[in-house]
Design a protein around this ligand. Structure first.
Ligand code: GTP
Ligand code: SPV
Ligand code: MN
Length: 650
């Protein structure tokens, strides 16, 4: 079995170069026996020059940030308060989906078996033993010349019964500093782990914590020069061992590849745990919305990467009297309580948000919060010590300052023919700095969810908003989501299937995932929320967005809110329930072509059905739930009944 990272009963005595600090960072003697064993095993394998157990203190953080500045990996941004800029290797800028694997003994448990001769689009599987052999080679001596950091972290508030603990080993200081923002990290987590073990009568359960091992994959034997941004792009491998709650990541230092609490743990591993325990771990924002009368509802929304979650989660509504507050912008853990109410927590503690497009007109709350304690990655640097990216043109006067692009190109201008910031450049900011953070955001019971939204980037075919006829139809809407690819992953531009916005993040087979979602309706006393589909990205004949988006999306949220309250403002259409004429509040909004935004174009819808049919037949030929086939047939029938000419809905 996995000797690389598993816990054996035999305690290995090796001479570990534990780094001790007089300043009070955690030292190794504070580790629980099975944590110590996990660390020792990997020290033996990775051969770091030193080991540092992170306590999460500000003193420790300062030491790490200073080290990163000294190494030339971070630049202090003098215009702001405690903000830094990192520039990665141009080869290490996004998630690598085709190098990301789910490892289960049985392939069928990881991905649906596709039709013969067809490659699966629903994830990548590898045999755990084979993967272990491959990783053992890669990790052997991989931390030579570097420090191994031990990061104890909690996904969810440390004392929440819904929270889960992980321990990440890494040889990247950038990862430690980012994990400190994105998770609750440090000594308190080790303390909690100790308490949990006592509660469990001293039995170290295999699932007491999720084991995470990460290396940039660039060892430094004596005499070898370090890279500016060490990584090993040719050899990237990100593996999830489901049976043993283990995550191993090699070769990349960026984003979801290396901050293992995020996609690897809180989505892939957690979605699989959730299925077994009867809850959900989803790629969803969570927001609270209050109407002018003071009534509040919570909404969760799944949009694919770089399709608008962060923006919607903290939007400033253009509609007077409405308020939106943010619980989370990327991941939701949701569970039915004893009364059958679905409740959600945000397991994260920070935002890792897309920078380009963020401005004081599109997302004023984000622009305010990123001026302190933020690590920016791959944005442009201004000569007055600030940042710049595409979309910020109106926020900053560039006439007297110069811009250095993310690749280091000096005196960059918009005529340079290059991008100032990488399209997947990001800000990493503590959640509690958001001015519209919801008062309940750390409530350990979670917030009550009354509506779930799906959405994506669809230039044609899909209307601004529609509602599911019922739960089963809603699950079909999630299952058949398609969206234009974005810079969040290294992919060619196309419209691809991204069911539930989880295509890159399923921790187990999508067929089993569908069964799980369908079954929720039949849970005892479960009140399933209403489901909607939104599309902010429909384009006109000239290729411009028809809908103004951002704060104006509050008009769509208002319609959804009123539907949740039971108002009779929807009517049937081929896809689902759409707004009756004039039920979307257009007050104060200039001319918007609502005809085109809601147009049912029969040939487009027929092509959509064909794409879905092909997807189901090729990707899930054996295990597709019957309910999904029924929904597809019903949709096809409804579309067949549409008149042949364009038929406008508003
Ligand atoms: P991940 O962090 O990758 O999961 O992305 P996300 O879903 O949180 O997307 P985000 O809110 O960061 O938006 C990504 C890009 O879409 C940014 O450039 C935004 O400016 C843009 N965007 C967001 N909302 C809208 C909208 O309503 N209309 C338009 N046209 N663009 C939008
Ligand atoms: C996404 O791609 O959906 C992200 C960014 O939120 S990353 O953490 O890199 O996955
Ligand atoms: Mn995301």
């Amino acid at each position: 079995m996995l000797s690389l990272i598993s816990v054996s009963r035999r305690v290995v005595r090796i001479n570990i170069p534990w780094r001790r600090y007089s300043s009070g960072y955690s030292d190794w003697t504070s580790l629980r026996p099975h944590v110590k064993e996990f660390v020792e095993k990997n020290v033996e394998l990775c051969k770091p020059a030193a080991v540092h157990v992170c306590d999460g203190s500000s003193e420790e953080n300062e030491m790490l940030l200073n080290k990163l500045v000294e190494q030339g990996r971070l630049t202090k941004l003098t215009k702001y308060n405690n903000c830094y800029l990192a520039r990665t290797s141009p080869e290490d800028v996004a998630r690598l989906e085709e190098r990301t694997f789910i490892c289960t003994p049985n392939e069928r448990d990881a991905i649906p078996i596709p039709k013969k001769g067809i490659k699966s689009q629903l994830g990548y599987w590898k045999d755990p033993d084979e993967m272990e052999t491959e990783l053992r080679k890669k990790f052997s001596g991989c931390m030579e010349g570097r420090t191994m950091y031990v990061i104890p972290f909690s996904m969810g508030p440390i004392d929440s019964p819904l929270a889960k603990i992980g321990i990440q080993l890494t040889d990247s200081e950038y990862v430690v500093a980012s994990m400190r923002i994105m998770t609750r990290m440090g000594s308190d987590v080790l303390k909690r782990l100790g308490e949990q073990e006592k509660e469990r009568m001293f039995t170290a359960r295999k699932d007491a914590f999720v084991r995470c091992v990460h290396s940039v994959g660039y060892p430094l034997p004596p005499g070898k020069k370090d890279l500016e941004w060490p990584c090993n792009p040719q050899d990237v491998t990100i593996a999830h061992f489901l049976e043993r709650n283990i995550i191993v990541s090699y070769g990349s230092g960026y984003g979801g590849n290396s901050l293992l609490g995020k996609k690897c743990f809180a989505l892939r591993i957690a979605s699989s745990i959730a299925r077994n325990e009867g809850w959900l771990a989803e790629h969803m924002l969570i927001l609270g919305i209050t109407n002018p009368e003071g009534k509040k509802r919570y909404i969760a929304a799944a949009f694919p990467s770089a399709c608008g979650k962060t923006n919607l989660a903290m939007m400033k509504p253009s509609l007077p009297g409405w308020k939106v507050e943010c619980v989370g912008d990327d991941i939701a853990w949701m569970k039915f309580d004893s009364k059958g109410q679905l409740r959600a927590i945000n397991p994260e503690n920070g935002f890792f948000g897309v920078a380009p497009g963020t401005s004081s007109s599109s997302n004023p709350h984000a622009m305010d919060m990123i001026k302190a304690n933020t690590i920016f990655t791959n944005v442009a640097h201004t000569s007055d010590g600030g940042v710049f990216w595409e979309g910020m043109e109106k926020d900053i006067d560039l006439s007297n300052i110069s811009v250095t692009s993310w690749t280091g190109e000096e005196n960059w201008t918009k005529d340079s023919g290059t991008k100032a910031a990488h399209p997947n450049s990001r800000f990493c900011t503590p959640t509690n700095q958001c001015a519209v953070i919801d008062p309940q955001w750390e409530d350990s019971a979670g917030v009550p969810i009354d509506a779930i939204l799906f959405g994506g980037r669809r230039p044609t075919t899909i209307p601004l908003v529609y509602e599911a006829f019922n739960w089963q139809h809603g699950v079909f809407m999630g299952a058949t989501m398609r969206s234009e690819t974005t810079a969040a992953a290294k992919l060619k531009k196309e419209i691809r299937h991204d069911p539930f916005a989880m295509k890159p993040f399923f921790g187990y087979s999508f067929a089993q995932y569908l069964e799980h979602w369908l079954s929720l309706e039949n849970r005892k006393a479960a009140k399933v929320p209403k489901i909607f589909y939104v599309n902010w990205f429909r384009k006109d004949a000239d290729g411009n967005f028809i809908w103004p988006g951002f704060g104006e999306n509050s008009r769509v949220l208002e319609w959804i809110f009123r539907r949740v309250e039971g108002e009779n403002i929807a009517k049937g259409s081929a896809l689902g329930m759409v707004p009756k004429p004039n039920t979307i509040n257009m007050q104060g909004l200039g001319d918007v072509d609502m005809q085109t935004l809601f147009a049912d174009n029969k040939p487009d819808l027929e092509a959509e059905v064909e794409a879905i049919k092909k997807f189901f037949q090729e990707q899930i030929p054996e295990d597709l739930p019957k309910a999904m086939k029924q929904e597809l047939e019903s949709l096809q029938d409804r579309i067949a009944k549409l008149p042949n000419a364009d038929h406008n809905k508003q």
